[in-house]
Design a binder for this molecule. Sequence first.
Ligand SMILES: *[C@@H]1O[C@H](CO)[C@@H](O)[C@H](O)[C@H]1NC(C)=O
Ligand SMILES: *[C@@H]1O[C@H](CO)[C@@H](O)[C@H](O)[C@H]1NC(C)=O
Ligand SMILES: *[C@@H]1O[C@H](CO)[C@@H](O)[C@H](O)[C@H]1NC(C)=O
Length: 388
Amino acid sequence: MKWSLVLQFLALGANATPLTGGALSCQDIEIPVSVSAQNKNLPLTLGLDTLKDTGALNRLVAGLTSSLVHGTYTIHARYCEPTEQVASRRDTLQVLVHGITYTLDYWSGDLPPGTSAGQDEYSWIKYAANQGYPTLSIDRLCNGASSRPNGLVFCQLPLQAEVIHAIVEAARNGTLPEAKQSFDRIICVGHSYGSLVANGHSTQYPDDVDAYIFTGYSDVLTQGEAGVAVLSLFLPAAVVSPTEFGGLLLDPTYLLSSSKNGTKSVEFYGDYDAEFVQYDLDHRGTVTLGEVATGTLGQIPAPHFKGAVFVLNGNEDGIFCEDGPVQALATVPGNCSKGYSSGVASHYPAASKFGYYNTANTGHCLNIHLTAQESFKHAHNFLSEAGF
Ligand SMILES: *[C@@H]1O[C@H](CO)[C@@H](O)[C@H](O)[C@H]1NC(C)=O
Ligand SMILES: *[C@@H]1O[C@H](CO)[C@@H](O)[C@H](O)[C@H]1NC(C)=O
Ligand SMILES: *[C@@H]1O[C@H](CO)[C@@H](O)[C@H](O)[C@H]1NC(C)=O
């Protein structure tokens, strides 16, 4: 068994991304997509100052018209095989969509060598693989190693939702590179902005996937987003980190947090490993102004979605479970138990099954807290109860 895996990794060559901790076998792949969407006509003058008042930004965007945009892109993704063979799950694919200022690595629980907690502890992929699920984690369009078109015109929620649709179609058609099979059931799992995109996708394509798992999510984003928008002190990515993001110099709408402490105060709470959270803060990705401006398009009722829906939050989520902007800016811990997680049910009235779980003593980036295994377990128990 061990030897065959070693050989398998050697055979995969430079593209292979073997993760430590046992038999997990993954490959990084590039998925070509050609997508069109009705994106918002954001003013080209939209500047960083708009982040100071997200309420005003949301009102502005709600009043804007939309135009059809089109593009052909490469989506970077990681396909991982199950480590346990569960026949009923072999053709069920979990598509994992990361949040703002992360990449697909969020789902792998990637860790610096030698940290106290094991990498596997934070790996959604590993947990899913042990339950028999293949996974496809993607770098959202405009993030990580995926294409980076103009951050204002193209990097918006509607176009990102179309990318999910294209990937689901390829998975069902059996045309995902390296997967070498077709999938008959799809579970879309989002975190934070990835959940917002997933909600947008569910309103546009209610028959695409069989289940959504929304993590780091509620339908009251507008109450807490001021905290992350202001305290992260976003600046053009090429200015904050010229070595890493100098290539984005010509597009100042690609942003990077310039306050690790500010980011930490809104995204972490309670039980976490300080060393790992520092690593997480040191390896942050970008967000574009167009992404931020269209976030509320992921807060929409999806009355036609008939599959299963699960909401999983760190109970003290400081973005999606805040009582209002004042509390968010003051970094008062959120409380998802106040009906914020359960409230998502109202947007999915036709769901075949709805469930939620709030992991205690945990913040927004729930995969990177010491409670991660508890969170993963509840999501997968729900899937099992929903017939997956
Ligand atoms: C999937 O198959 C359908 C029907 O054969 C086809 O129209 C579509 O272009 C295919 N999509 C992808 C992404 O392969
Ligand atoms: C970090 O953020 C916390 C919470 O907002 C604040 O109390 C603290 O003073 C900040 N520390 C630094 C060094 O900025
Ligand atoms: C969170 O909300 C629940 C439900 O309203 C309440 O029972 C609990 O005391 C609240 N927790 C805090 C810390 O306020």
